[in-house]
Design a protein around this ligand. Structure first.
Ligand SMILES: *Cc1c(COP(=O)(O)O)cnc(C)c1O
Length: 226
């Protein structure tokens, strides 16, 4: 089923939209099935599960971390992580930079913006993100690269609200991208706008997303809440 699902789903996507197949809570065998179709980009939201799957599965998989990251866990993923979607503080970014340097690499990151009308979601406000990107401390970080933004819309059936939230993130993305062309720090290259999951990816794409994070449509419903 996973093979058919992912092939069918990828066929529907516009060329410019990249798919992160979200495999959290799914067994490695399910990732393997998707891998056999040629898909290489997978997302996990917990460090422990991510590391376990990294060890078990082929090494040419590009692993993305999409869930909240604690500073004390950065070291476990620094050797191999391909993209971290969930950067929400300068302190976390400094730790990623330190661990990336230890591993002799530059780690690509997205800033997670808080766009939902909910208490539970992580992320920076637009103002905080702007302050972070223009701070002197940030400019010192040579082993990270901010390649875009990520946001999660409110979990609601109100499509207009979801559209509004994605729309505002796209506007902010455009704004800081043009700002950055003029103030130009070397560790920023804004190209990825990660928004949209199984329930709202269509709206997200209409509002300018070029990276969607989709789990249930590909792997089926998860067994436990995550
Ligand atoms: C679980 C998760 C997804 C995917 O959710 P689905 O509804 O299964 O598509 C996307 N983004 C984040 C941050 C997640 O935690």
């Amino acid at each position: 089923m996973v093979k058919e699902n992912i092939l069918k789903f990828k066929n529907l996507l516009p060329q410019h939209v990249n798919l992160v197949a979200v495999s959290k809570t799914q067994p490695a065998i399910a990732v393997s099935e998707a891998y056999q179709t040629g898909h290489r980009v997978f997302g996990e939201n917990k460090v422990q599960e991510l590391v376990a799957k990294y060890n078990e599965l082929p090494k040419d998989i590009q692993w993305h971390l999409i869930g909240h990251l604690q500073t004390n866990k950065v070291k476990y993923i620094a050797p191999f992580i391909s993209l971290i979607h969930s950067v929400d503080s300068l302190k976390l970014l400094q730790e990623i930079n330190k661990q990336a340097a230890k591993n002799n690499r530059v780690i690509d990151c997205l800033l997670q913006l808080y766009i939902a009308n909910e208490e539970t979601k992580f992320g920076l406000s637009y103002e905080e993100a702007d302050l972070l990107l223009s701070s002197e401390e940030f400019k010192q970080l040579k082993n990270i690269r901010i390649v875009g933004l990520m946001g999660m819309a409110t979990n609601t059936t109100n499509a207009a609200q979801i559209r509004n939230e994605f729309h505002s993130l796209k506007n902010f993305f455009n704004m800081i991208r043009s700002l950055n062309l003029t103030r130009g720090t070397e560790n920023v290259e804004l190209k990825i706008l990660s928004m949209g999951m199984s329930s709202d990816y269509q709206i997200a794409i209409e509002e300018g997303s070029n990276m969607i994070r989709v789990g249930s449509i590909i792997f089926g419903e998860r067994n436990y809440a995550n």
